[in-house]
Design a protein around this ligand. Sequence first.
Ligand SMILES: [Zn+2]
Length: 278
Amino acid sequence: MPEIADVIKKYGGTNAAEVGNGPLTFSMSVEGLDGCGKTRFGLLTCPTPIVHINLGDRDATAMLYDMSPQRRKQTTLYNLHAQSAEGWTRAEARDALTAVADIAKAHLTDGGLVGGTFIIDSGSSFWELLQEVYVAPEQEKRDASGGKRRGGLEYTQANLIISGVLNWIKNQGAFLVITHTKAQEWDAQGPVPGKYRARLNNRVPYIVEVRLDLTKECSTCGAPDCKAHIGRKHIGQLLKFGRNTALEGMKFEDKAITFEMIYKLYTGGAFPNEGALE
Ligand SMILES: [Zn+2]
């Protein structure tokens, strides 16, 4: 018969008495069009130490200039990019996924990032890489053999990987922030004006405890796409709030859109390590 201590170790069991030391961690999906503050939310408001993996085409280095010196010291940036303007080749995509796994293991194993933040920016790109490596080859095989569409079956492995990776990261004692870009929504008539939807794997909304939607509008006339005035109001809205669904739909503006605010709502108390937010 297996020993209790052995199964606790093997399956990651937790004795309830050990919970409650250190901050309660959770994972978040931060969603928005480019320029709405997704990267800013992660790099400038989340608790340090921070590991940030940039898979998008926007360089996050400029954000470093807005950080306090102590925040800069506690932040590690990784930029993983395709080598050519045509985008990721399958081999590059595979290398990038290996890199994400290596980086996560190196920084997170043995409590290396406890109380800090692991950021995947963006999860939309991460999902594209997974599809290129695990879904596209299955579809090509099917097309080559003249086979029928297999519904969602071709996505099974990629779905399992994204669940596995995100759940593993969540269990290492760090906050997980995964950003998602939005794309124009289309109907039979073409693009639907003003309608956008986040590009994310369909498991992600269940895996994360919090979904934060970021938008901006003209601070003078309120139009989302105003070209006449200078000045924007940023708006954050909770799309999912695992611990208290009554807060879903709640909106914040501008400087109130911070990790500190989300943490306070989530736990009912202030973030215990103030220095990590400076
Ligand atoms: Zn305006």
